[in-house]
Design a protein around this ligand. Structure first.
Ligand code: SAM
Length: 261
């Protein structure tokens, strides 16, 4: 089911990304230039150990869900949010083909989380390759809003560009572009590379590890843990944990330890 409630202006911006940069982004995925394979393989293990059977996994800026679909544990409910209708249509097709219960919502992800009517109802939240669009204050605010709707003991995972300690944004852009220009050769045309470069320079504003950790802890998460660095130090994955309820156990039932891969 795709629910539509997008803000027109944002949809237009994202529509532009979808038509101009989406094909190039998919080529990056196929050639594993941005290390999706490594990150999503680890995410699969994380989901298996942290999401209980029947649990809800919310994926903000889910795109076409092509990476997560192979690592979602059997029996979870997937809630994907994205502004781009064509991406959600592709996601719907993939999720149906593997029999994952799902709901897809066409909406700007910050307003979706802020206005989500229920509290403490999501077991795990993911935002991959999309948080960097927000400025620092908006990232912190998003963490506060995600914490509100996570269940006690719930997890937020982030996969994105991460600046090395002491990196300026320019230094990080150089680090990322070294990776992309080396590995993109032979996979993407010069025009596609230029389009991606333009998009990245305009919209990528990653934080450092200490920056993300401080944001998560200030938002009220109990713990922040760095999980994996990839792509010549330009990309990373971390998780932030919401405090458990009193007496809540660490056990995730073994029945969930199966993936659709
Ligand atoms: C680079 S893709 C990442 C897709 C997916 N998360 C992944 O890991 O491959 C960025 C996605 O974010 C969506 N997006 C960008 N800004 C958004 C926003 N403010 N609200 C909702 N979706 C957004 C785009 O439509 C696109 O599908």
């Amino acid at each position: 089911m795709v629910t539509e409630s997008a803000s027109p202006q944002k949809a237009e911006d994202v529509g532009e990304f979808f038509s101009s940069a989406w094909t190039a982004y998919k080529k990056c995925l196929e050639a594993n230039i941005l290390r999706h394979r490594e990150f999503f393989s680890l995410l699969g293990k994380e989901l298996n150990s942290r999401i209980p059977p029947g649990g809800v996994v919310m994926d903000l800026a889910c795109g076409d869900a092509s990476n997560i679909v192979g690592v979602l544990p059997e029996g979870v409910h997937y809630l994907g949010v994205d502004l781009a209708k064509p991406a959600l249509d592709l996601a719907s097709h993939k999720l149906k083909s593997v029999g994952i219960m799902h709901q897809l919502v066409q909406e700007e992800f910050q307003s979706f989380v802020k206005n989500y009517p229920d509290e403490a109802c999501i077991d795990g939240a993911l935002i991959s390759y999309s948080l960097h669009h927000l400025d620092s204050a908006s990232k912190g605010k998003l963490f506060v809003d995600i914490l509100r709707i996570l269940k006690p003991g719930g997890t937020l995972w982030v996969i994105d560009g991460i600046r090395q300690y002491g990196d300026t944004r320019d230094r990080w852009l150089e680090r990322l572009w070294n990776l992309m220009s080396c590995e993109g050769e032979g996979h993407l045309s010069p025009a596609e590379m230029n389009g991606l470069k333009e998009h990245i320079w305009k919209s990528d504003f990653p934080e450092s590890c200490p920056g993300y950790a401080a944001m998560a802890l200030q938002a009220g998460f109990e713990m922040w843990e760095f999980l994996l660095e990839e792509g010549k130090g330009a990309l990373g994955m971390f998780r932030a944990l919401k405090r458990k309820a009193k007496g809540q156990s660490d056990q995730v039932c073994a029945a969930s330890n199966k993936t659709n891969a």
